[in-house]
Structures are given as C-alpha cells and as structure tokens.
Design a protein around this ligand. Structure first.
Ligand code: PGA
Ligand code: ZN
Length: 446
C-alpha cells in the first residue's frame, strides 16, 4: 500500500536569487495531494570543499549561471529515482539521492537540484501531517518531545570582502545582541545598531546608500579595525552597551573569511592595508582585536586548509578576550561536512560550526553535522548564504533542530527579513511554549 507521504510528482523551475542569479525552485507533490516547495540559496565566498552547484555554463544565458540542467535533473533522473519513496523518511530519501548522484560533491546532478528536492519533500511531509515545518524538523532530529528553541541572531551590520566589492578584507562585521531577552528584542537591538552605525558613517562623510549583498552597510574604510571601531560607536549611538563580558550588552562577531585573502605561498594578504601576514601574525592581530573590542565570535579566522593554524588559533583566540570564551566558528573550514568536522574535533580545531544546508547538499547531511557538533560540545550557527530567496525554511530548521544561533544577513532586504519575520512570528505564536537560546548560548559548551 502506498503511504500518504509517498512522493508522486516533482516539478522544478529556474528562479532568481537576491543577486539576480538563477537558482533552483522545486515542488514536491505527495500521494495524498499535499504539496511542498522550496528554493535554494547560493554563496559568493564558497569553500573549495563544499557540495557543487550545477550551472549550465552556457554564456548566452545568465552569463553561464543558468540552472536549467539542474532543473532537468530534478524532473528527470531524480524524479524517477524518488517516485513512490516516503517523503517523511528524510534520511532514506537523501541517501537515495546521494547514491544516485554517485559523486562526493553531488556535482553530477547538482547539489542545488538535490537540496531543492530534499527541502521541498520535508515541507510537503510536514503539511501532510498537519505540522509546522519546525515541528517536522524537530521530529527529524528526534527532538519531538522537547520545547522548540528560538535561536540567537547574529546580524550583519558592515560588509567588506566578496560581499561589498572588497572595500575591506574582512567579509562581515556582525552584532550578537547577547543581553536581549527575546528573539524579537534581539532583532530590535540589531536594527537600532544598523541605524546608529549608518549615522556614525554619515557623520564621517562616508556614503551609506550602498547596501552590500546581505543588506549590510558597505563603506570604503581605510583599515579593517576602523570597521570595528565604527561598529562600537554605532552600538553606543543606538543607546546600547558594548558587552563587558557579562553577557548583558551587544557582542561583535566577525566573519574574516580568510580563505578569500590567503595566497598561494601561504600568506594572508590584507590588501586594504597593504600587509602580508603569516598564520601566526594573523592570529596575533586577531588576538589584539579581541582584547580591544567586545568580540564574541570569529568565523573562518584562518583559511580553509590551514590545518596547522586552526588548532593554534583555537587555543590562542578561544580565550583572547581577557579570559572570556570566544567562539571560533568554521564555515569554509568545515563546509557542513561530517568528515571535516570529525577531523576538526580530533585536531581540536575550532569550537563552533557554521551550518549551511547547501554546503552539505541535503537536509539529513546538515542535521548529522548539527548532532555531531553538539555531541562534541561545539556550538552551531545555522546560516543563510549571500545569495538568498524569500523562502523561510531555514528559520524553521533553526527552531526544530535547536541550533541555538542563526545568521541570515542584515535587518533589511526582503530575502533577509523573510527569515527574521518567520522567527518573530513563531516566537509570538508559540509564546511560553518556546524557549529563547539567549546570549549564553555562545559559551554553552565552553
Ligand atoms: P557566502 O557568505 O554565502 O557568500 O559564502 C556567507 C558566509 O561566508 O558566511
Ligand atoms: Zn563565512
């Protein structure tokens, strides 16, 4: 007998992401008529080791970035392989697609094609069972009985690097509203900081009209540390306190995205400051920043394959803030890969994992990384990409999987606010039934 949640048809299309680049959209229809759809994101500062998007390469359309081949793979090969399979058994469905692709990076059929089916199937299965997606995600993680958990937001205020024309080397300067008592209050604080920072920049005669890829400010600044200094003034202008180590104020998170400025002979090249640093020198520089500014999280402090530097960075920077715990977060370093996380745990490299479902290629693979991270006492930050759509499934995964933290960009641009708004709505709808991770989340396993 066919179950209600058996997959009957797949439909896919070429949609647009927030940078105007094509991306894959997919709808899954189940035997009982339930439908679920999803569009997938795409990065700009992608790690070498992440799952592979399939792009057409046909220069005549969208400069080669079309995804019509990926769309055809969903409707052809993938549809044939997953028809009649149970959309509610996420692990089996994802395993089947991984086997079908046959390559480690999912590049044959396209990780963009596979993820679109993986997510749309979850949305359809949730609908079929009359559940919210976060509830379905909690069941997928085996955490059905637990209270849902609203994550702490990590919010982009100033961008550089690949997200803002490389005006400064460091890619993103973000705030973590540690002391806010709820998710909604945390977003309100972040929004005030963005406004305060824009005012500080405007007073210094720096243009603030240009919005970076994730909705942050993209000013041209003389040095990376100027961004930190401006951000501190922006926090104060917002009437908020810089975090003093007690978790009551606003902390700063930076995404160094160091792979982006690592050169072939092993140096970190800060082009904006005309400096060329070794791994040890970059660590020393970051330690100084941590001592001077209320930095609570450092993402991709070193390059993706700097396996010698990462354990050292973790040891030195993990407590560089006068004894306070600093989160060392691996993005390009772990690429949401269980194997790389396992190697990192063994090497004592990093203490937190950035989880991007499209780096993994399926929901189950991303969930495995969340689980392993927690069992090794690494914190997790679920993350959007710089190229996003208005879709909101990421917000539900954060709540159901209890990732504790989420990063989706700034407090403006609809593809960003769509996720914040979904979380605000869930917090409001769930009321006392949901918990809020709170600022302590960042040092939960320290
Ligand atoms: P990406 O950037 O989506 O362009 O890779 C996001 C990040 O580095 O965290
Ligand atoms: Zn990153």
């Amino acid at each position: 007998m066919t179950s209600d949640t058996a997959i009957s048809t797949l439909h896919a299309w070429q949609a647009l992401d927030s940078r105007g680049k094509p991306t894959v959209g997919c709808e899954v229809v189940l035997a009982d008529g339930s439908r679920g759809d999803a569009t997938v994101p795409s990065g700009a500062s992608t790690g070498t080791h992440e799952a592979r998007e399939l792009r057409d390469g046909d220069a005549g359309r969208y400069a080669g970035n079309g995804v019509l081949k990926a769309v055809a793979n969903v409707e052809g090969e993938i549809a044939r392989a997953v028809r009649c399979r149970d959309a509610a058994d996420q692990a089996a469905l994802d395993r089947r697609m991984r086997e079908l692709d046959g390559t480690a990076g999912l590049g044959r059929l396209g990780a963009n094609a596979i993820l679109s089916v993986s997510v749309a199937a979850a949305v359809a299965a949730a609908r079929s069972r009359g559940r919210e997606l976060w509830e379905h995600a909690a069941a997928m993680a085996g955490r059905e009985g637990e209270a849902p958990l609203l994550p702490v937001p990590m919010v982009n205020i100033i961008s550089g690097g690949a997200h803002a024309g490389r005006s400064i080397d460091v890619q993103d300067f973000l705030v973590v509203p540690l002391g806010a008592g709820s998710f909604a209050e945390a977003i309100e604080w972040a929004s005030r900081v963005r406004e305060g920072t824009a005012q500080v920049l405007a007073e210094r005669g720096l243009p603030v009209a240009l919005v970076a890829d994730e909705g942050g400010l993209g000013p041209v600044l003389p040095a990376n540390r100027t961004a930190l200094e401006v951000l501190c003034r922006g926090i104060e202008r917002a009437g908020l306190a810089l975090d003093g180590g007690d978790g009551r104020g606003v902390g700063i998170a930076i995404d160094i995205a160091a792979t982006q400025f690592f050169d072939r002979d092993g140096h970190y090249v800060l082009a904006a400051e005309q400096r060329r640093l070794t791994s040890a020198e970059l660590i020393a520089e970051l330690a100084q920043w941590c001592a001077e500014f209320p930095i609570v999280s450092l993402e991709d402090a070193l390059a993706e394959d700097d396996w010698e530097g990462w354990p050292e960075a973790t040891r030195v920077l993990g407590s560089a803030r006068s004894g306070q715990h600093v989160q060392l977060l691996g993005d390009d370093f772990f690429v949401t890969s269980l194997d790389r996380l396992e190697d990192g745990i063994t090497a004592r490299a990093a203490n937190a994992v950035l989880v991007k479902p499209n780096q993994a290629g399926t929901l189950s693979d991303a969930l495995d990384v969340v689980r392993r991270a927690h069992s090794a006492r690494y914190t997790t930050v679920l993350s959007a990409r710089s190229g996003e759509t208005e879709d909101t499934w990421l917000a539900d995964l954060a709540v159901g999987w209890r990732t504790g933290q989420i990063k989706v960009g700034s407090t403006m641009r609809s593809e960003r606010t769509a996720k914040w708004n979904r979380l605000i709505r869930l917090e409001s709808a769930l009321g006392g039934k949901a918990g809020y991770a709170g600022g302590r989340e960042l040092s939960r396993f320290a």
